[in-house]
Write a protein that binds this ligand. Structure first.
Ligand SMILES: Nc1ncnc2c1ncn2[C@@H]1O[C@H](COP(=O)(O)OP(=O)(O)OP(=O)(O)O)[C@@H](O)[C@H]1O
Ligand SMILES: [Mg+2]
Length: 255
């Protein structure tokens, strides 16, 4: 199911139109009421989308479906032209590892690896991730990202010696290495104050724009409940508007 041929064939650029296409998607945890019922969600290649919704409304669940960590209960989930609703876990892992960057609220840096090793990790795990890089440019790419994110002096440190803001920038470098086709961010700014939050999002979008200018379009799906960030993005989506599942107690009311 997850051979190179299958991946390469399905991911050839000419066949990829939408980065993300969901149709009639239902997702439920076990036998509980569905958390998501989404008739349609379409994200075009190269779009930067801000998705907001109250706590508990299903934002992280939706991102997990798009990242292929979870599989829909019903409906079509097409991501980078792969049918995630039908693909094996191994195929979904490979697509995620080789073509996506993912930044979580907790940055999930590996404590016993240096900053440099953390940034290189996706490339160590998934060699296909290097397909957009010139031979031998990997370490130069780490230096470039580190310089851009102002963490060059920290490359040989352990994450535990870094400030939260610095750790967050390491997580961004790790998500951006190898020019991922899809970058998914789940509330990565919730531990920052408003000024630093805006700075962070502006920098992230600048880096996505730079990649685009070099011919590597990155589609960005950014989730937050902080509407103040919406103006940075090319499109804003309300999860409550696209999701027809009834919300859990307090779901819609929360900030
Ligand atoms: N592993 C799980 N098992 C069962 N229910 C879950 C699980 N994860 C989430 N849920 C439920 O699914 C609903 C949506 O959760 P989700 O984490 O997607 O919300 P969210 O919008 O990301 O919230 P927040 O803004 O607080 O991160 C919630 O009611 C939650 O309790
Ligand atoms: Mg969440």
């Amino acid at each position: 199911m997850s051979s190179d041929a299958e991946l390469q064939g399905d991911l050839s650029p000419s066949r990829v139109r939408d980065a993300v296409l969901l149709r009639d998607v239902v997702f439920r945890y076990g036998k509980r009421e569905p958390v998501l019922r989404i008739p349609e969600l379409r994200i075009g290649l190269g779009e930067s989308v801000f998705l907001y919704g109250p706590s508990g409304s299903g934002k992280s669940t939706l991102l997990s479906l798009v990242a292929g960590v979870l599989q829909s209960t019903a409906g079509t989930v097409q991501v980078l032209d792969q049918a995630f609703d039908k693909a094996s876990a191994a195929t979904r892992d490979r697509v995620r590892g080789s073509r996506m960057g993912y930044v979580f609220q907790s940055f999930n840096l590996i404590p016993y690896l240096s900053v440099r090793q953390n940034i290189l990790l996706p490339c160590e795990l998934y060699r296909e991730r290097l397909r957009h890089m010139r031979e031998g440019s990997l370490h130069a790419e780490v230096e470039r990202l580190a310089q851009r994110l102002d963490i060059s002096a920290l490359l040989d440190e352990r994450p535990s010696t870094l400030s939260v803001g610095q750790q967050q920038r390491v997580a961004i470098a790790r998500a951006l290495i190898g020019y991922p086709a899809l970058l998914i961010a789940d509330e990565p700014t919730s531990s920052l104050d408003a000024n630093r939050r805006d700075e962070f999002v502006a920098l992230l979008l600048e880096m996505v724009e730079e990649a685009r200018q070099q011919g590597n379009a990155t589609t960005l799906l950014y989730v937050s409940h902080d509407m103040g960030l919406a103006s940075h993005f090319s499109r804003t989506l309300s999860l409550s508007e696209i999701n027809q599942a009834s919300q859990p107690e307090g779901g819609r009311a929360a900030a």
